[in-house]
Design a protein around this ligand. Structure first.
Ligand SMILES: Cc1cc2nc3c(=O)[nH]c(=O)nc-3n(C[C@H](O)[C@H](O)[C@H](O)COP(=O)(O)OP(=O)(O)OC[C@H]3O[C@@H](n4cnc5c(N)ncnc54)[C@H](O)[C@@H]3O)c2cc1C
Length: 287
């Protein structure tokens, strides 16, 4: 049963930030995590600050310098935006395998980033976009690379009085491919067992940039920096890709749970990194 709780509903960002600064509760966006957690007794807080009435948080803007998503942008908004398919193909791919239609119309990108779950599907593609997170409080704003946002399982650099207001990234390099694959126990409405996103850029037969992010195989979603370092400046042979896939798997620290064993996650992380790097290199080299 849903326990009683208080929900303030500010209609402007300054009012929401003041409410957070006054300790009026924690942010409540789409509620697709908070409501099940309240119902299931996993959420102990009973005071929340709703973000749903703040129109300025729900927007997608594209310019030559950057794409910016307001934190209130829903997963369904991402799927529908016509420019997103070129600005962030892997993010669109992730939005297509995200939950079911009802959850997608409510769940926000800000909630996905802030929940801190290692299985949050928007995060691997945002990491391979090298995205930055905008944090706002009554004190002002700060921009943090998403790569530096997570500290540990469900822990981030966000302070209780801060809201994530937006996430943005620069255009993908020319001649690049940006991919995502979600391995789940079924095709629809499944929590990710292993999630991988890669971005590979090719120039003059060499890999000019490589980014690899993995989800559900460590306490947080993370970039596989050692694997990326092996690839930059090289022509990607099958042997080198295998080495990088192994290096990415070596950076994983998965757990056994009711969806998969740690051993299965390790094996599939390596296989998916190998597969996505191979596909991305082929695509990027052909541009
Ligand atoms: C049936 C079902 C299926 C699901 N499937 C998937 C799936 O396939 N992939 C996936 O990744 N997730 C999935 N989820 C989880 C959830 O829907 C997503 O993580 C969603 O993006 C959370 O966003 P929200 O707006 O609902 O967050 P909320 O529930 O409102 O909030 C989640 C957390 O983030 C904080 N928060 C929210 N917005 C902000 C902000 N702007 N600034 C600071 N803190 C904030 C809240 O305080 C809370 O701690 C599923 C959930 C359900 C119920």
């Amino acid at each position: 049963m849903l326990p009683p709780f208080e929900l303030s509903q500010p209609t402007t960002l300054p009012a929401a930030l003041s409410a957070l600064a006054a300790g009026d509760g924690q942010p409540f966006a789409g509620g697709t995590i908070l409501v099940p957690d309240l119902r299931g007794g996993r959420e102990t807080s009973r005071r929340f600050v709703s973000l749903s009435q703040i129109a300025g948080l729900r927007h997608i803007t594209h310019s030559e310098e950057a794409t910016t998503l307001g934190s209130g942008t829903t997963i369904a908004d991402i799927r529908k935006d016509p420019v997103m398919a070129t600005s962030a193909p892997a993010l669109v791919a992730a939005s297509k395998v995200f939950a079911g239609a009802m959850v997608r119309t409510t769940a926000t990108v800000g909630g996905n980033i802030c929940c801190g779950s290692p299985s949050a599907d928007m995060v691997p593609p945002l990491l391979t976009l090298d995205a930055k997170v905008m944090l706002s409080s009554v004190e002002g704003e700060r921009r943090v690379p998403l790569r530096e946002f997570y500290l540990d399982y469900k822990k981030s650099v966000r302070q209780p009085d801060e809201l994530v207001t937006a996430v943005s990234w620069r255009p993908l390099p020319a001649g690049s491919a940006h991919l995502f694959f979600k391995l789940g126990r079924r095709k629809g409405d499944a929590i990710t067992v292993t999630g991988v996103s890669v971005m590979v850029a090719a120039s003059g037969g060499k890999c000019s940039e490589a980014r690899i992010a993995l989800g559900s195989v460590a306490p947080t979603v993370f970039r596989a920096g050692q694997a990326e370092d092996l690839l930059r400046g090289q022509a990607l042979t099958a042997e080198l890709i295998e080495k990088a896939a192994k290096a990415a798997a070596d950076q994983c620290s998965p757990i056994d749970d009711n969806r998969a064993s740690a051993a299965y996650r390790l094996q599939t992380a390596q296989a998916l990194v190998r597969r996505l790097l191979t596909q991305a290199w082929q695509q990027a080299s052909a541009i």
